[in-house]
Design a protein around this ligand. Structure first.
Ligand code: TYC
Length: 112
């Protein structure tokens, strides 16, 4: 039994007419936001920023004060999964202490 020979221009896959540039999406990054409220103690927000977001005492205090005076602050910028985990950890800590601290995430819209 013999393999059929490929011959002529009608055999094989057609070449694309134009070169297609593969469009590689950059992984989106997410801002994690801490929102101000009237009840969560400042010290607790600083603790969260140190423990969950690995901030220095000085940075944690500055971010907390920014949220306190402006309504919210960016605690950090991460990939989706890391941002999601930080939000969950923050909300779990706040819940354990019965503080109404709100932590959310949103896509970073600036071009990367
Ligand atoms: N506003 C709070 C207070 O005066 C402190 C606070 C700061 C709460 C930042 C939340 O994201 C926050 N105790």
């Amino acid at each position: 039994m013999s393999t059929p020979k490929k011959s002529g221009s009608d055999v094989g896959v057609a070449e694309p007419k134009a070169k297609v540039k593969p469009k590689l999406e950059r992984p989106r990054i997410y801002k994690v936001l801490l929102h101000n409220d009237d009840y969560t103690p400042m010290e607790f927000v600083v603790l969260v920023l140190r423990e969950v977001f690995n901030k220095s005492d000085a940075d944690a205090t500055a971010i907390m004060l920014h949220a306190h005076t402006r309504g919210y602050a960016v605690a950090g910028v991460y990939s989706f999964e890391i941002a999601e985990t930080k939000v969950q950890q923050t909300m779990a800590l706040a819940d354990q202490h019965s503080f109404p601290l709100l932590c959310t995430m949103e896509p970073e819209d600036a071009p990367q």
